[in-house]
Design a protein around this ligand. Structure first.
Ligand code: MN
Length: 129
């Protein structure tokens, strides 16, 4: 058993995010390709770049309103209590809505995350449901 004490969130910007996201103390993988858990707060307009997880990812929305999109599909709006399952290899992004913040828990298994290009303003704002 491991108990990992919480501490202040750290800001993430730049290579992997547009805008500012705050990442709380993570659970790092405890074994090769093991589960990782992150609590992420996205300021309004903040979102990840496009990326792919080699393993699975589940997002659980704790608070706020956000957006998620799989490459080639329309974006989806997400809110408190929503769960998003992302299969291995699916190119996607997730983040806050333009006017709202988003708090989600992310549980990821298996292997690395491959980071890609920024989500452009067009892709971020059109075709949400
Ligand atoms: Mn993801």
């Amino acid at each position: 058993m491991e108990v990992i004490r919480g501490k202040d969130s750290e800001a993430r910007r730049g290579e992997r995010f547009t805008g500012t996201a705050w990442v709380g103390t993570p659970l790092k993988a405890q074994r090769p390709a093991g589960m990782r858990v992150f609590l992420v707060f996205f300021e309004p307009g903040a979102r990840t770049h496009w990326h792919v997880h080699e393993g699975e990812q589940t997002l659980y929305v704790v608070a706020g309103t956000g957006r998620v999109q799989k490459s080639g599909d329309p974006g989806r709006e997400i809110g408190p209590g929503d769960i998003v399952y992302i299969a291995p290899g699916e190119k996607h992004w997730h983040g806050a809505g333009p006017q709202n913040s988003l708090l989600h828990l992310a549980v990821t298994t298996g292997g690395d995350t491959v980071w890609m290009e920024e989500v452009t303003g067009d892709a971020y704002t059109k075709d949400f449901n």
